[in-house]
Write a protein that binds this ligand. Structure first.
Ligand code: FES
Ligand SMILES: [Fe+2]
Length: 376
């Protein structure tokens, strides 16, 4: 065991995460507080995984384009999604001449993508087409003059992208599709007035840790606890995702499950899917709450709640009734934990084998992705 003051800069969380939860310790506190570890996290976890970008509402039309920055200002990569006859592609949004941004607002591409600086043109597939005043230029154009193409994937109406994916998107979403793919998710309607953004003073992973265990529900969420059957709490672990099933207590609202559902016969109040590293897909009888947990700095995090409504009449009932109240209760404790993990007297903790399997899974994946870096 490390001594109380033996933090050192050659951080290797891998040492700490035993695959056996009964022996494992949690991530070192330093993971949540060190600027250097945070930078490693951006490159080795966020750049190598899939990020939720948007739904397809702004990309329905043929030749529509949607510019965005990958992970805000932290991995400031200007990219653009383009609908090419129903197929969504993702390109670098940077002109291959001298680096101007090509598309600044969502728009429809008329003929070519034309750079506003010196008129370089690219076709809808990102291929260089034309540039004025290139007469006499040798060895031009080459593949270097085309726009770089970025990995993109679509699941239902949702679009994901990755700068350097370590695995295929379908590995990420497979179990979600198998379990809740029967719901008419594509018909769920986005509701701006039910969607929210929150900012917290805590590391992004502390927010995920808290989400990944129902252990705290009776302590922190009195109202939520009243509609869930805490004793039936369980977690299913997949490769890059996991699922917490919210079981309704006696009379509370639950899903009307089809016979071919694996859960048929159970009183499911909510499916809480966590998708590595920072996405939550919470399905309630009223619809879907997508939560995106975006780091801003080592101890600042943005949380977006996007609501997609299936059945309006169920909006104010059951486990998904007052998400705002539950969120504030979670934020309060997560921000307290951020103050706790800077303590020189706190180094790491242990997992409850029955209640913290989800957190253990998350820490194991973090360790694995950071360890790739330390071995290079
Ligand atoms: S930077 Fe785009 S044409 Fe010059
Ligand atoms: Fe909570």
């Amino acid at each position: 065991m490390l001594g109380l003051f033996s933090y050192n800069d050659t951080f290797n969380p891998m040492k700490k995460i035993d695959s056996d939860i009964t022996k494992a310790a949690t991530l070192q506190a330093k993971f949540y507080t060190s600027e250097n570890v945070f930078k490693d996290t951006l490159e080795n976890i966020f750049a190598k995984n899939w990020q939720f970008i948007t739904d397809d509402s702004k990309l329905k039309e043929n030749r529509s384009a949607f510019p965005f920055q990958f992970l805000g200002n932290l991995l400031p990569e200007p990219l653009v999604l383009v609908n090419n006859e129903g197929h969504i592609n993702c390109f670098s949004n940077v002109c291959t001449h001298r680096g101007n941004l090509l598309i600044n607002e969502p728009c429809t591409i008329k003929k070519n993508i034309t750079c506003g600086y010196h008129g370089r043109q690219f076709d809808i597939c990102g291929k260089f087409k034309f540039m004025p005043k290139t007469e006499g230029m040798q060895n031009f154009p080459t593949a270097q003059d085309d726009l770089a193409e970025i990995a993109v994937a679509k699941w239902k109406q949702f679009i994901f992208a990755s700068l350097a994916p370590n695995f295929e998107f379908k590995e990420l979403i497979k179990e979600v599709e198998e379990r809740v793919g029967w719901m008419p998710i594509e018909t769920f309607k986005y509701r701006e007035n039910l969607s929210k953004e929150y900012f917290i003073t805590a590391n992004w992973a502390l927010y995920c840790d808290n989400y990944l265990e129902g252990f705290h529900i009776p302590f922190i969420h009195e109202d939520l606890n009243a509609v869930l059957d805490f004793n039936s709490y369980d977690v299913e672990i997949f490769k890059y995702a996991n699922l917490q099933l919210g079981i309704a207590s006696d009379k509370d609202i639950c899903f009307d499950l089809p016979k071919n559902s694996k859960d048929y016969g159970k009183k499911i109040a909510a499916y809480y899917f966590w998708v590595f590293p920072n996405l939550m897909l919470n399905f309630y009888p009223w619809g879907l709450s997508v939560n995106i947990i975006t780091p801003i700095s080592v101890n600042q995090t943005k949380i977006q709640f996007k609501s997609y409504v299936w059945d309006e009449s169920k909006l104010n009932s059951g486990a998904g009734a007052d998400l705002h109240k539950v969120e504030l209760e979670d934020e309060k404790v997560v921000q307290q934990v951020q103050k706790g993990v800077v303590s020189r007297f706190y180094e790491y903790g242990r997992f409850s084998p029955s209640m913290e399997k989800g957190v253990h899974h998350f820490h194991t994946l973090i360790s694995r992705f950071l360890d790739v870096q330390t071995k290079k």
